[in-house]
Design a protein around this ligand. Sequence first.
Ligand code: URP
Ligand code: ZN
Length: 700
Amino acid sequence: MADDEYDFFAPQPKPVPRQKNTMFDVVPDAFSPKTIEFTGDHRRVKRVPEQSASTAGSDDKKEETPASEEPKPVEETIKQYVVTEVEAEKWEGSAQSRLFIKGGKIVNDDQSIHADIYIEDGVIKQIGTNLVIPGGARTIEAQGKLIIPGGIDTHTHMQLPFMGTQAADDFYSGTKAALAGGTTMIIDFVLDQKGVPLLEAYDKWRNWADNKVCCDYGLHVAVTYWNDNVAKEMEVLTKERGINSFKMFLAYKDVFMLDDSELYASFKRCKELGALAMVHAENGHLIAEKSLEMIEAGISGPEAHEMCRPEEVEGEAVNRAIAVANQANCPLYIVKVMSKTSAQNIADAKRKGCVVFGEPIAASLGTDGTHQWNKCWRHAAGHVMGPPLRPDPTTPAYLMDLLANGDLQVTGTDNCTFNADQKALGKDDFRKIPNGVNGVEDRMSVIWEKGVNSGKMDPCRFVAVTSTNAAKLFNIYPQKGRIAVGSDADIVIWDPKQTRTISAKTHHQAVDFNIFEGMVCHGVPLYVISNGHVVVDEGQLRVTQGQGRFIPTPCNAEAVYGRIEAREVARKPAKVEREVYEGPVTQVKMNSVEMTPPQHRNKTTNVVMGDDTSDQFHNRPPTRSGGRNQQDSSFSFSADKILRKILLRCEGGCADLDSGGEYESCGNYELYGSQVDDAVPTRHKIKVSNPPGGKASGLW
Ligand code: URP
Ligand code: ZN
């Protein structure tokens, strides 16, 4: 490999074939009526919760902060919260799988309400205020706390082999950290080398993840090249492997990037399958050119990473992807919205009626790109990712506003971590810095701090953008993303008053750096329940490797495809019925192959054709009067003769033609071929003073 080339992939182990997935069952009573009566709009009504009259748990009455009470000064409320890891005990017996959460405020995306929750065998069994609970259940007091659905991180890259190394957080450390921060499901990307069959790559990722994940997970599959087999594999993945989303890249030229026609083909395929098309939107050609310009200008540090792919490069690709998806009538999901331009483009497209969704990430919402100009190389390189964090410091607040108002819908992290020594691969050349940052552990706290604590969004919207909308888009709602009877018991008991300070020293990720270092966040996950197991228990993290499950994501999500079928019908092209044109038609000019679009050339010989859709010269029916159809060429050529003659003409300079001589006086033209109706005696000789296509002195 040349010194200035990327090696995007570290050597990988051979995939172990896995059994066909059979986990397509839906939670049986996920859609059944809730035990709670949702009357009126509880969101806006501030009330002191009634004490639960449950038969389980203690009767101790705890004071809840009255709604009208003035918030305490920050110093008083700050109590540093750190989750420490302890040995996980094995959950055995049914009593340990019974949980009773008492006295909290349940927050869903559409309403919040004070009620108790009973959980058994990993599923929410009852919600209400007078529940009858079987004996032996553990009670968790949640007064004054919010009970929210566990977070869903829509975008991670655990142990991704990338740019000559492999992401530091694997499916174990990554999901452990996720749980510590209140995220109970991740959706990772199957992203293998270009050319590797998609099913083989999928098996590899399943094999890596299944034995390591501490929380539930799903997968998206990246499409980094295009052919018929890829299209077939997409179908198998959707119908038999629990995949409903495919990511295409407009960046990483020569590595993952598709061209626009491949993009269009992949979008059409997604639409046929009812899958969600995702795009990494950056213009890969421009990045390649501008990277070289940076190196030529002698700028090789991390700041060049942003300067060679500025906002416009992201914004252009967002617009292009939206246009291509709209032409394919395919719903589109823009991964990691990093800039104001990109967010604005998505918002504008939505207003024009495009079906497009935008995913800002913890990094773009919580920090900015000025760090890439930091004097400390490691600090600067620690912030390098693609698309880059933007140096405009107003970006995070702007993205949060759009997330709050519905222009953007979901949040991920693009968690793809590299330690200092890995980032140092690019110490002399920014192009070799492995791209990626952390986020999976801190996303919930960062969004609470910057979104809810800042007053931009209410707790219901927080739930929408951290779990519910993801569950809806990836078609696992209400199994995930909702506190409801029948839903998975993926629950966070959130304390909005406590704070924690983010630091690489205390986080649970395997990476030695944290882009949110020192950020004080209000809102901590006091308890995290994953599939009914208490994995964060008052500051203690108790996870079990391999306890998470693969969650299949079925196609045709209502939130994604609900509008598409009707659009297909409404947009169906209709032809205009009209009389056949019978007037004169000019002859196709047989001049230069180079000047003729491919559809006018023979597919195998590359010879200029007389018809735009067929390789046959004389394929049109006769006119009504029985004559030759004027639209057919009157020439019949042997392909090799033409190619030879075009060459001859160029080489010969066609002096005769230059001098304005008659068409047939040019020696070279004589060999061009006989006319198809040479034998017809009535045929007139064509005399031209200028050759078809102009003189040799023109554009030939
Ligand atoms: O910089 C990033 N995001 N690295 C991970 C790979 C990708 O582009 O998603
Ligand atoms: Zn990514």
